[in-house]
Design a protein around this ligand. Structure first.
Ligand code: SAH
Ligand code: SF4
Ligand code: F3S
Length: 435
């Protein structure tokens, strides 16, 4: 009987993609995936280290696995991804029942490690980071759905002072344009109407055959590809050429995720974000000149070391001024090993919490105001899944990435339909089918 593996994924889309890579590698070596962990011979956790909370979740999960392992001592437990990279040997000390620890550049070794592990009776750690590994030749077996994630680069060289990613993912490297286009074609052949190009700094993509704008153009020309998204760009690398290419191709979605992080120049500088508040605001203006319909989302951190009340208010000001359609908002979380962890002026937890709540309150009103502009318009929406509230309704996203809910008619998932938008609540639009 085939050996079975189970894999659970935390963190960003890059990890979702990587779990698909791992599944592909294991499938090729004769292992079969299962969604039922009690029948698995090997259990993997693909982990995230971005905030302390992400790590806590994995620690709790591991404690559950320890219990499972007591009942089934032969079962292998493997920790993959960013936390594996970050904590390495410390993890073995804390959790001796973990058998395998592999960082994000070591997945090719997994099948061999599992084979040998059965003879070895010892732990295996491999967290070597590579300057070259992009898993170029591996085309992942995808989970079903409407969107195919395609990793175009790995690693990050930006070293924002709060961020663990440059340490867990290593140096930035881009995959060849040709292999990305081939993967996009495959996704279309498998029936995916949408792809999302992924990279920690997706728009700093560069190879001898082209930069990010050229890659987008090449991907936009893939026949049958209806929607192209990308995430996350760094504001520093958004230029006019990129905006023009977005404008020239109907299948490139008019949505940009533009992480602000903070609104005060002193904090931005301490974060090493390389732009000022006024650069950021100019960029937003430029986006709206070239792509008037483009929606914007962002990431914001409150309570970065040394952030004063006045500086926090500057963040609120930028948030009001820009009017993001949506935002991911976080309390600063200290990450050992990063520069900001050494700053002595850490902000009190209660202050961070209070700032986060004020920011969320403001963004809620901004989001609603922004999405209300669609009421009365017609929007193309990709049918994605059943609405959480009712099995008689669908949920799908507009080109600008806003969720819409509507009563089912004859449509099916992966189809693009035209809806008239009739209402907006919270961050969700409501509509009715008109085509
Ligand atoms: N590469 C992407 C972001 C990856 S992490 C980019 O540069 O946009 C996603 C988000 O997590 C970041 O944008 C940031 O807002 C948040 N984040 C990263 N490190 C954090 C930390 N130490 N504490 C709180 N939030 C953090
Ligand atoms: Fe982290 Fe900054 Fe790199 Fe994004 S750009 S992954 S926030 S270091
Ligand atoms: Fe987390 Fe690693 Fe992604 S730290 S956010 S899984 S790159």
């Amino acid at each position: 009987m085939k050996q079975k593996f189970y894999i659970e994924t935390y963190g960003c889309q890059m990890n979702v993609y990587d779990s698909e890579l791992v599944a592909t590698l294991l499938n090729k070596s004769g292992y079969e995936k299962t969604d039922n962990m009690s029948e698995a011979d090997a259990i993997f956790l693909n982990t995230c280290a971005i905030r302390e909370k992400a790590e806590d979740t994995v620690h709790n999960r591991l404690d559950n696995f320890q219990y499972l392992k007591k009942q089934k001592p032969d079962m292998l437990i493997g920790l993959l991804g960013c936390m594996a990279q970050h904590l390495k040997d410390d993890l073995f000390e804390q959790k001796p029942f973990v058998d395998i620890i592999l960082g994000p550049d070591s997945y090719r070794k997994l099948p061999e490690i599992i084979r040998n592990r059965r003879q070895l009776e010892d732990h295996v750690v491999d967290t070597t980071l590579s300057r070259y590994e992009v898993y170029e030749d591996l085309f992942p077996v995808r989970a079903s759905g409407v969107n195919a994630w395609i990793s175009i680069s790995r690693g990050c060289d930006k070293f924002c002072t709060f961020c663990i990613v440059p340490f867990t993912r290593g140096r930035e490297r881009s995959r060849s344009l040709q292999s990305i286009v081939t993967e996009a074609r495959k996704a279309v052949a498998e029936g995916y109407p949408e792809i999302t190009l992924l990279g920690q700094n997706v728009n700093s993509y560069r190879t001898e055959t082209g930069d990010f704008s050229e890659l987008l153009e090449a991907v936009a020309a893939v026949p049958g590809l209806e929607r192209i998204r990308y995430t996350s760009p760094h504001p520093q690398d958004v230029d006019d050429r990129l905006l023009q290419v977005m404008g020239e191709h109907a299948n490139i979605c008019k949505h940009i995720h533009l992480p602000l992080q903070a609104g005060a120049d002193r904090i931005l500088k301490r974060m090493n974000r390389t732009y000022t508040r006024s650069h950021f605001l100019h960029l937003v203006e430029r986006i709206r000149q070239i792509l008037p319909e483009c929606s914007l989302s962002t990431d914001i951190i409150v309570g970065f070391p040394g952030e004063t009340e006045k500086e926090f208010l500057e963040t609120l000001e930028v948030v009001s001024e820009v009017g993001f359609d949506s935002a991911f908002m976080f309390k600063y979380s200290m990450r050992p090993g990063t520069k900001a962890a050494e700053y002595s002026d850490q902000v009190d937890e209660a202050v961070k919490q209070e700032r986060l709540e004020r920011l969320i309150r403001l963004q809620k009103t901004m989001s609603l105001e922004r999405i209300r502009r669609h009421i009365g318009t017609r929007q193309k929406v990709l049918v994605e899944k059943e609405s959480k509230k009712s099995d008689r309704q669908w949920a799908g996203r507009t080109d600008g990435n806003t969720w819409v809910v509507w009563d089912k008619t004859t449509e099916t998932p992966r189809q693009i339909v035209t809806l008239e938008i009739t209402d907006a609540k919270g961050i969700t639009l409501f509509g009715k089918r008109i085509d």
